[in-house]
Write a protein that binds this ligand. Structure first.
Ligand SMILES: [Fe+2]
Ligand SMILES: [Fe+2]
Length: 160
């Protein structure tokens, strides 16, 4: 919905290794929010919103790193692909998937500190009391919320 061709190309360029990975393919099988939703689609959409927000803020004087917001957007919920996280009760999952996500992002995709911080704190303030420490983290947190609101809205539409 927030994606156009140019944006999609930039996301592919910044996150080719993530999008082409077996781990990301696994995310297609993890359902999320709407009936047809999954973690891979949600993560692509979040990365798209994050890139748009980053560019808008940078046009207004900010200095936010695009690669960080896109890669953290793609990886913020990757912890959901761990079976123990996926099968745990939703409240527990809310706390554990950022931790597992950060581990996967570091071990499998070489995420740096800025990306890890964004992943670790993206559930603020719902399941994480500490907010992100960087502008990139704030962008990913906001993009995730915007994306989730949109998905929940379409879920409600499907029910009515
Ligand atoms: Fe999350
Ligand atoms: Fe998310």
């Amino acid at each position: 919905m927030y994606m156009d061709e140019a944006l999609e190309k930039d996301i592919m360029d910044f996150g080719t290794d993530i999008i082409a990975s077996e781990r990301f393919a696994k995310a297609i099988d993890v359902p999320h929010h709407s009936k047809d939703g999954n973690i891979a689609a949600h993560s692509l959409e979040t990365a798209g919103i994050a890139l748009r927000l980053t560019r808008w803020l940078n046009r207004h004087g900010a200095s936010i790193d695009e690669v960080t917001t896109v890669r953290a957007g793609l990886l913020h919920d990757i912890g959901m692909t761990e079976d123990e996280v996926f099968l745990s009760p939703s409240r527990e999952k809310g706390h554990t998937h950022p931790l597992e996500g950060a581990r996967i992002a570091r071990e499998e995709f070489g995420a740096d500190d800025a990306q890890l911080d964004a992943i670790l704190h993206h559930m603020w303030p719902v399941c994480c009391l500490t907010p992100p420490h960087t502008s990139e983290g704030w962008v990913v947190t906001a993009a995730d919320k915007l994306c989730s609101l949109n998905e929940v809205r379409s879920k409600i539409r499907q029910l009515l």
